[in-house]
Design a protein around this ligand. Structure first.
Ligand code: NAP
Length: 342
């Protein structure tokens, strides 16, 4: 296939590129040429800025498949609409990486593809507005459907993990467990977790397009099978560390100013956890979605993490600071031994 990747040089886009090259596809990138420069010297890169509306480098070209990873631009709605319009007669299939954050009913488990999504009758909100990310993704989906109809593949992704994940939620725990010692862990070992290796998502997308399969799909890990306890034990087995896990109730963590999800990955208020950790993926499973062993994802993520130069983690990356972890653990042990009030 001739594949156009809009993006392609940070995390998920890199997996789209690398899997395509490995499968012998012909890849073209379109981006500003700012991130991951020279990652793929053998791949043609068309330069343009989606925020500035500069898509002229795409003109006059054709591809079998376009993959659009737009998620963190200031105006995803507008960027996706412009690209889909530009490419509707130049590309056979258009795959848009959307998100389960398009759903408005967030307090339920097992949201499927029929769960209500954001209304898109007004103008897309300012990117800093509440729920802007999900609303922009919903606009993006509508734009792809308007331009491509049944040639569109809408991927409502849950938590995506694996190598190149700069957001550092999953890498945080893999790295932390590999370092050993007492690890602060939230709530209890049965805390549900749902994650998908980006490479499994990508693999499945290419198989779908090759079979001419399109539509809207939740794409996440298996619901109801993974817990934080098993995830961390697998991290310990894979990394051979001596980590021990100290499970601390959420209320105590809140009292000690530990932040949900971003600061302490996989920890969410119970009502949101049900949504994030139990997305219904049965439609994608019926369409052939398959998962690699968790241990492979952990091993490859750690291997990648160890190649990152010290201090290269982006500002705003996730994970609990080591000193804060030590302080909260000490407070917990004090509270448990009755020497200090929690
Ligand atoms: N991580 C998760 O758990 C999760 C969950 C659900 C959905 N998602 C979605 O998964 C996707 C992952 O994205 P990714 O960052 O990994 O994609 P990526 O394709 O690897 O990287 C983003 C690309 O966008 C390009 N870009 C940035 N600004 C641009 C602009 N103004 N014009 C043109 N290109 C621009 C960047 O290159 P330049 O900087 O060189 O322009 C880069 O190549 C997102 O859509 C996200 O919403 C993620």
């Amino acid at each position: 296939m001739r594949i156009l990747v809009l993006g392609g040089t940070v995390f998920l886009g890199r997996h789209f590129v690398e899997e395509a090259l490995q499968q012998g596809h012909d890849v073209t990138l379109f981006n500003r040429g700012k991130s991951g420069v020279n990652l793929y010297p053998e791949v043609e890169t068309l330069i343009g800025d989606r925020v500035a509306g500069n898509l002229s480098a795409l003109a006059g070209r054709t591809w079998d498949l376009a993959i659009d990873t737009a998620g963190y631009l200031p105006n995803v709605a507008q960027a996706v609409r412009a690209a889909a319009e530009e490419l509707k007669d130049a590309v056979d299939y258009y795959a848009f990486v959307s998100s389960i954050e398009v759903y408005t009913e967030r307090h339920c488990a097992l949201a499927d593809e029929a769960t209500p999504v954001h209304a898109i009758d007004g103008a897309p909100p300012d990117p800093d507005a509440p729920e802007a990310y999900g609303i922009h993704k919903t606009h993006g989906e509508a734009a792809v459907t308007a331009a491509f109809g049944r040639r569109g593949l809408l991927l409502r992704a849950g938590l995506i993990v694996g190598p190149y994940d700069e957001i550092d939620r999953f890498p945080y725990f893999v790295r932390r467990v590999s370092q050993g010692g007492e690890v602060l862990t939230p709530e209890g070992p049965t805390l549900p977790v749902q994650l998908i290796d980006g490479r499994d998502l990508v693999n499945w997308v290419y198989r779908m397009v090759e079979r001419g399969r399109t539509g809207t799909f939740n794409v996440a890990g298996r619901a109801d099978s993974l817990t934080l306890g098993r995830l961390l034990e697998t991290c310990r087995d894979v990394t051979g560390s001596d980590a021990s896990f100290t499970w601390i109730p959420g209320r105590f963590l809140e009292q000690h100013d530990v932040g949900y999800w971003h600061e302490l990955p996989f920890w969410l208020p119970p009502n949101q956890l049900e949504f994030w950790a139990r997305i219904d993926v049965s439609k994608a499973l019926r369409a052939g979605l398959r998962y690699r062993p968790l241990a492979d994802t952990i091993r490859d993520t750690l291997e990648w993490d160890r190649t990152r130069p010290p201090g290269s983690r982006p500002s705003g990356a996730g994970g609990l600071d080591r000193e804060k972890e030590r302080r909260v653990l000490a407070a917990w042990h004090d509270a448990r031994s009755g020497t200090r009030e929690p």
